[in-house]
Design a protein around this ligand. Structure first.
Ligand code: PEP
Ligand code: MN
Length: 341
């Protein structure tokens, strides 16, 4: 860390700051500039204490970290630039493997609705069926999901259509229940910093699909992933699902720049959710193409046999015709990023 002292601090007032830095386990190197003195605090910032407390000293202007705060999630954690490949039911996600399509309804509503969706997404090449049995709804009066009944329907669809199941776990108390049915546990945007839930989900050993919090910085998102890795579960899939901005034409602002950054910063697979990302069925295909060209590892998208009658997020779920068109239009963008089709 770099400790920047205020301008004009006389040398006799530097010693107490140096002593504090050393007390916290760092080696201190004082660099006297013409106007201002800085102290380089040498040591592993991830294992030593943060020096932020030094800002309480009247001599200190600022403390600037040098190292990344995420250790296991960072590229440097895997020498040789190797990417993590998360495998579920024999399907590999990440590391230049096939572009992964996870598709299905926002909410599981009925056997008829789920099976119709599963059939059509499977026919079009999806390898995972998504669907919420526990729904994080903004209003308590909206449909909250079918709960365990929904999970049973998802498990039945897995058997019938040979698709992996991605479903959200909303609360720590449901981790055991949901993990009995899911192949991949989804942590939603509202829980992206619920570290108790994240750690409990990680401990099941199932792959964790970690949505980006709607107000989360990239560093915070990677630190949330760090919780999964630190709990001993290497299988994390990061999912960019849009952040809150001032824009009103879309429900959220899908941050494709974040996908590019995270792919650079981390070895973990990154996918996008264009459905929550823009909240509009008419934009989903374009965002998927953009993500594929950016070398994202896959997409998680909402598909409904009849979006007009959906019990949640009807405006953003694509219908079977749009989904088929989308799947037909993706291959050139996937190949452009150098991936197998
Ligand atoms: C969802 O996938 O249906 C969902 C609620 O996602 P998010 O947590 O990104 O809003
Ligand atoms: Mn939804």
């Amino acid at each position: 860390m770099i400790v920047v002292l205020k301008p004009g601090i006389p040398s006799e007032r530097i010693a107490p700051v140096v002593a504090e830095i050393e007390k916290l386990g760092y080696e201190a190197r004082v660099i006297e500039g013409k106007l201002q003195t800085v102290i380089a605090a040498l040591g592993d910032e991830r294992t030593h204490q943060s020096l932020e407390t030094l800002t309480a000293f009247p001599e200190v202007e600022n403390v600037i970290p040098v190292q990344k705060r995420y250790k296991l999630a960072s590229r440097e954690a895997k020498p040789g630039g190797v990417d993590t490949v998360v495998t579920s039911r024999g399907v590999a996600i990440g590391g230049g493997q096939k572009f992964c399509v996870m598709a299905g309804p926002c909410s599981v509503e009925s056997e008829e609705q789920l099976f119709a969706t599963a059939r059509l997404v499977k026919e079009q090449g999806a390898t995972f069926l998504r669907g919420g049995a526990f729904k994080p709804r903004t209003s308590p009066y909206e449909f909250q999901g079918l709960g365990e009944k929904g999970l049973q329907l998802l498990a039945a669809a897995r058997e019938k259509f040979d698709l992996g199941i991605v479903t959200e776990v909303l609360a720590e108390k449901d981790v055991d229940l949901v993990s009995r049915y899911a192949d991949i546990l989804q942590i939603g945007t509202r829980n992206a910093q619920n570290f108790g839930l994240i750690t409990a989900a990680a401990k099941t050993g199932l792959p964790i699909l970690l949505k980006r919090g709607m107000a989360m910085r990239i560093e915070e998102w990677l630190l949330a992933a760090e919780y999964v890795l630190a709990a001993g579960n290497p299988n994390v899939i990061l999912c960019e699902r849009g952040i809150r901005t001032f824009e009103t034409y879309t429900r959220n602002t899908l941050d494709l720049g974040a996908v590019a950054i995270v792919k650079r910063e981390s070895h973990l697979p990154v996918i996008i959710d264009p459905s929550q990302g823009c909240g509009r069925a008419d934009l989903v295909a374009e965002l998927c193409k953009g993500a594929a060209a950016l070398n994202a590892d896959g997409i998680l998208i909402e598909v409904h046999p009849n979006p007009a009658e959906a019990w949640s997020d009807g405006q953003q779920q694509v219908d079977p015709v749009r989904f088929a068109e989308l799947m037909r239009s993706l291959p050139p963008f996937i190949s452009a990023a150098g991936r197998p089709i």
